[in-house]
Design a protein around this ligand. Sequence first.
Ligand SMILES: [Zn+2]
Length: 84
Amino acid sequence: MTETNDQMFMRMYGARRIHLVLQFHTPLVWCPMCEKKKRDVMRRRQNTSYFNEALNWVVCCNECFDEIEQHWADLWAEYYANCY
Ligand SMILES: [Zn+2]
């Protein structure tokens, strides 16, 4: 019987080590907003309506994005409160 690559991988690393391996494959990326290294830094669409579509996107981590979403939610609430 020949061992598949997956079986060999499991034998060499063991299931309990898998999370370490996965972590290794998710690199730490510099978040330009909080200036920390995070694993969840990505390009995200924020809740804005800029005519220039590029301005509606930010690159940041989950934590910073939560703050950004809250910030825009507050501003939109204020905006709509003044509309009626
Ligand atoms: Zn951040």
